[in-house]
Design a protein around this ligand. Structure first.
Ligand code: PLP
Ligand code: COI
Length: 368
């Protein structure tokens, strides 16, 4: 049996220049997404000769980076997205953080990067949330978004896996992801650009996937839409996922369909949680292919009652309308439907510590 590796010791170096409390409170008055950052960051370094080392929680600051650092050329980079919440009874909690630790390593394997032991990933996240606990916003719909990421930092232009990496976690207090708040979103179907093909990196959370999605996302914005939805690369027929969210369809008979984890979409933790919550509510979820043709036909016939997008940043967002090169159609009455609302409330209730967490998804941080 292999001995468990000892946990990395973290050097904790509090910043000498924390953001003044009055400035933080002012910034909290209008939270958007990803523009405001906490005082600290967690950093762990990896090199081929030393493995993981130099773990620290330190003042948030830029990295000095060599122009030949391989991430700048070959994009060897992965990331995660997770949130810390302040519950009504005052606890600081994380939602299913082990799932993020596991998925991070799945992404690392796909991108030929070193795996970070799950306990070190979790210690970095927890250490940052503890030191920056005052940055967890209290209000409904707001949270502390955590962004663990890793990039290739070796100064080398050859094309092979880097021999040095930096793992880092930063924290950003956030409000709603979409500017319209809880209003249903409008999405654009990209019939030209695809996100991922079989054997590619679609199931990994690597920066390159998002770089490749930006032109389609810009096209969506140019058509007045909030997000892009991608079809499969082989046939341009099957609905896959949005630029940063998974997608669900609620049918007339009460059943729910979501595209299967075929290797080309991200295995969302929100997706997985909603499938389980839907089952708890007595709803049937089928993980099966759903075509764009069927989507149009079901919306027209009224068989499709609701559709929604889900992810850590967006939580659960009703899809009110869909636009594509050939026209536009509405889903149901164009408003967020009752099943979407019910599932959203079930999820948010657990995340906020308001309803019974019978699956043990919340991880409470001690001493915060
Ligand atoms: N799909 C993509 C492409 C994403 O970027 C995200 C967000 O992380 C998701 C799906 C949803 O994943 P999760 O629910 O784990 O946040
Ligand atoms: C998330 O939901 O955490 C994401 O990563 C989606 C997007 C902000 C990239």
């Amino acid at each position: 049996m292999q001995a468990a590796s000892p946990r990395l010791p973290f050097a904790v170096k509090p910043t000498a220049h924390p953001v003044p409390e009055a400035d933080r409170l002012k910034a909290f008055e209008a939270l958007g997404f990803g523009t405001l950052f906490s005082d600290h960051m967690a950093v762990i370094r990896w090199s081929a000769d030393k493995g993981w080392h130099s773990a620290e929680i330190t003042a948030r600051a830029p990295f000095p980076i060599d122009p030949a650092a391989s991430v700048l050329h070959y994009a060897q980079e992965i990331f995660e997205g997770m949130k810390a919440y302040r519950t009504a009874d005052g606890r600081a909690v994380l939602f299913r953080p082990q799932e993020n630790a596991r998925r991070f390593n799945e992404s690392a394997r796909r991108m030929a990067m070193p795996e970070l032991p799950e306990e070190d990933f979790l210690a970095a996240v927890e250490g940052l949330v503890k030191i920056d606990a005052r940055w967890i916003p209290q209000g409904e719909g707001s949270s502390l978004y955590l962004r663990p990421f890793m990039f290739a930092s070796e100064t080398f232009l050859g094309v092979r896996p880097s021999k040095e990496y930096i793992f880092c976690v930063i924290a950003s207090p956030v409000g709603p992801y979409f500017k319209g708040g809880a209003k249903p979103v409008k999405i654009w179907v990209s019939e030209t650009y695809t996100r991922a093909a079989a054997g590619g990196t679609g199931a990994a959370k690597c920066g390159g996937n998002y770089a490749a999605s930006l032109v389609a996302q810009a096209e969506a914005a140019a058509h007045g839409c909030d997000q892009v939805v991608f079809l499969d690369a082989a046939e341009h027929r099957w609905v896959e996922e949005l630029g940063g969210m998974n997608v669900f369809f609620v049918l007339e008979d009460g059943s729910i369909v979501t595209p299967p984890l075929s290797g080309t979409i991200l295995p969302g933790i929100t997706r997985k949680s909603l499938i389980s919550l839907a089952a708890d509510e007595g709803l049937t979820v089928r993980e099966e292919p759903y075509s764009f043709d069927r989507w149009q036909a079901d919306a027209a016939s009224g068989r499709l009652k609701e559709a929604f997008a889900c992810g850590t940043a967006a939580v659960v967002a009703g899809i009110g309308a869909v636009k594509f090169s050939g026209g536009e159609f509405r889903i149901g009455d164009g408003e967020t439907g009752p099943v979407t609302t019910r599932l959203r409330e079930a999820l948010v209730g657990i995340q906020r510590g308001q309803t019974n967490d019978r699956n043990g998804w919340l991880h409470t941080l001690s001493g915060v």
